[in-house]
Structures are given as C-alpha cells and as structure tokens.
Design a protein around this ligand. Structure first.
Ligand code: SF4
Ligand code: SF4
Length: 423
C-alpha cells in the first residue's frame, strides 16, 4: 500500500502546493526516460522504488534517525569527506539540485548568469519543496567555485552552514593544509553530534566508504565490456542515488547489481545493438534528476559507457588507506585521497586530462562528449585543454554547453547525431 508522506512534509514546513507541482512532473519524466528502456537489469527495481518515493522513503529514514539523536549533514561536493561524518555517527546526504523546477526560485536571489546547479540548489532550499534541504541539521559547503562560495553565504542566512577551505593547488603543502582542514571539520562535527572521534571509529568509517567505492567500481568495470550490460542512464541513476543513500545499503545494492551484470556478460547480454558507438562523458556533475544528455545520446542509439565527473569516476576511484594508526595519519590519508579528485577549480588540473585519456582507453570509448553546464566558467575554460589534448591523442571530442531546460534538446540531438555518425 502506498504510504502517504504529506503529514511528514507538513511537519517539515514544506510548501505543499508547490511541491505537488514538482511531484506531478517527475513520474512522467521517469517513465519516459527510464521505464521505457528495454532489457534493464532486474536489480534496477531497487532504484525504481527509491525514485518512486524519492521524497518519502529516505527522508522518513533520516527523520527517524534524528529522533534517535543522529544528526544529518547536507553536502554539495565530493571534496567533503563522508568518513568524518559517518565516524561520528552522523548521516550524509547530498544536496545538489539537478532540476529546472528549482532554478526560478534560485534566480530570485542569485544572478541569472550563474550555473543551474547552484541556482537549483539555492532554489530547492528557499522554495521549501525538497525534504532533504529541510531535514539537514547542517549544510557543509566548500570553497571550490566562486558561484558556490557566494551562494553558501546566502544559504548560511537560512540554515547552519560550515565551509571547508579547499586548496586551489595540489602541491605537497596543499595536501597538508587539506589534512588540517579535515581535522577542523572533525572538531565541528564532534561539536554538532556531541560525539568524540576515535581512530577506531574513523577506521570503521573509512572501510564503510571504501566498500561503497569498491561496489560502485564493480558496476563501472562491467561497462568496460564490449557487450554493455547496463545503460548509461541506469548507471548514472545508481551514482546519483549513492549521494543520498545509507552507505552500507548502497554497497549491498551496487554489489547485487554488479553480480547480475557479470552474469549478463558471461551470457553475452547487451542492452545496446551490436556496433553501438561507445561514448565517454566528461565535465560538470549531473545531479538528480538531470538525465538529459544521457537520454539524448542513448535515444540516438549510442551507449554511454563512462562518466568522468563527480557523479561518476571521481566519486569512487581511489580508496583511502585502511587501518590507520592515529587520527593524524588518517587525516593525512583522507587528504591524499580527496586531493586526487580532479575538479576544474584547481590550477593546474592536468590530472583530469590524463584521467579522460586513460578512461577513454579503458572503457574503449569511440568518442568523448565534454559537457559544460551553462555559466560554469571553470569547466568552460578547461574545455579548451580537454578538446586540444584529446585531439592530439587522436580521440574524437564534442564540446557542448547546456542547462537543465529542455529548450535546446532538438539542437543538441542534431549535433550529437552528427558526432555519432562521424565516429
Ligand atoms: S565539480 Fe568540483 S565543485 Fe562540483 S562537486 Fe565536483 S569537485 Fe565539487
Ligand atoms: S558546475 Fe561549475 S559553476 Fe556550477 S557548481 Fe559546479 S563548478 Fe560551480
């Protein structure tokens, strides 16, 4: 029997009327984009259920946990170390907004010339239409791009906000600085949760998050096969939900999915036609429910086989050393791992180009699409190097800029179709 979450949303002081408008569009989009796919892995039923009650099931769990004394931390970036929060019995939930629905509310307080991810994230809070943004006891921001930094100042007027100071370079002294920043963050989480961090608890949390990374990696490994056993859309959905879910359950479900994909590979099962062109997508993150580009590419008969982005390989590649002897050692090991993420907010950011070339090889990509969310200056600028270096390496690349609105879908389709034909 379907559970009615309206009372819960009311208690969260949500704008119920406007929330109904949001709830009316998502199921239609999900049916068209996801449920119409053929031959999906059976294990995807779990993700269908999660999306089917995305503002119900997980929010209700978070509220239950809060009643038992746990604190919920909302994060916006893959530099924030989940391990610290989990070790202190806190819960992490991703907060990045991926829907055009929230953009107009963000634009009430932000310049229009800001990326849709920032506008949607602020809009989701201010419009009171997302339970995750209502539930979080504290938001954790970071000094990555300018748009986020300034938006956090606005959010900080409405909700408790803690900002981590991310270095802008990757010299040895920057890694030491990031380790110090992680230790200060641990102090803050101790204060909010009322718990004391121990190396035993932190080692346990490191293992939990590594297990999750290993499980997601298994799903990605399966996508390297010439028979692709899962669509890019389904893999992207699994990634997006990983930001919200309980990390132990997430690992369990991803391992279950990987088991099925490995079985499919043994049996030569592919969800794409033979000879479908293999596409690697790189660039700005795709927060849920941003499925636009994957849907266009796969509707044109090509297969998205990998995402070099924060909702992709950057989330699970590189593990943290386990069984550290002291908190100091663990902070440094966390810093080393997180600083391996190659975001365009760093200068220089050559590691990202190396990653794209390596991943294109590993996933046997026929071509790369470098996607930029409109008004993201750092990724837009870095696109110059991405396209130049890939050309030099003999890898075909198409640079595109888009936002959450469907207005440019036809134009994108034409360009991507021509690109796929050329491969
Ligand atoms: S693109 Fe950069 S700022 Fe955005 S989530 Fe990734 S690391 Fe953080
Ligand atoms: S897409 Fe670019 S501008 Fe937008 S939040 Fe990420 S780094 Fe910042």
């Amino acid at each position: 029997m379907a559970v009615d979450y309206r009372q819960m949303w009311k208690e969260l002081d949500m704008d119920l009327e406007n929330h109904d408008n949001l709830c009316n569009v998502l199921p239609v989009a999900y049916t068209d984009i996801y449920l119409m796919q053929k031959n999906r892995p059976k294990a995807m039923e779990f993700w269908d259920t999660v999306v089917g009650a995305i503002h119900g099931i997980r929010p209700a769990e978070l509220i239950e946990a809060q009643k038992k004394g746990q604190k919920v931390f909302g994060t916006f970036c893959v530099y924030v170390p989940d391990e610290i929060i989990i070790a202190l019995n806190g819960i992490v939930t991703g907060l990045c907004g991926g829907s055009q629905f929230w953009v107009p509310d963000g634009e009430k307080v932000l310049p229009k010339s800001m990326c849709p991810l920032v506008k949607a994230s602020v809009g989701a809070r201010l419009s009171r239409t997302c339970p995750f943004f209502r539930i979080a006891d504290m938001y954790v921001g970071e000094t990555t791009c300018d748009g986020k930094k300034k938006a956090y100042e606005i959010l900080g007027k409405d909700v408790p906000m803690y900002i981590m100071d991310v270095p802008q370079m990757k010299r040895p002294e920057d890694i030491v600085k990031w380790a110090k920043e992680i230790s200060l963050f641990a102090n803050k989480v101790e204060e909010v949760t009322g718990n004391k961090l121990t190396i035993e608890k932190l080692n346990e949390a490191i293992k939990i998050v590594n297990d999750k990374r290993r499980a997601i990696k298994r799903v990605y490994e399966a996508r390297k096969n010439l028979d692709v056993p899962i669509s890019g859309k389904d893999a992207l959905l699994m990634m997006q939900i990983a930001f919200f879910d309980d990390p132990i359950r997430c690992a369990e479900m991803c391992n279950k999915l990987a088991d099925e994909l490995e079985e499919r590979i043994k049996n030569g099962v592919s969800v794409f036609e033979k000879g479908a062109k293999r596409i690697l997508i790189t660039g700005t993150p795709m927060a849920i429910p941003n499925w636009k580009l994957h849907h266009i590419v796969e509707s044109l008969g090509a297969a998205v086989v990998c995402e070099e982005m924060c909702t992709g390989t950057r989330y699970f590649e590189n593990e943290v050393k386990e069984n550290c002897a002291s908190l100091e050692e663990a902070y440094l090991e966390l810093a080393k791992r997180y600083m391996k993420n190659n975001c365009a907010c760093f200068t220089p950011n050559d590691g990202r180009i190396d990653d794209i070339k390596r991943l294109a090889r590993e996933y046997k990509a026929d071509g790369v699409i470098d996607v930029n969310l409109k008004f993201c200056t750092i990724y837009d600028t870095e696109g110059y190097f991405v396209e130049k270096e890939l050309k030099a390496a003999g890898i075909k690349c198409l640079g595109i800029e888009t936002d959450y609105d469907d207005g440019d879908s036809e134009q994108l389709k034409t360009r991507i179709e021509a690109f796929i034909e050329m491969l």
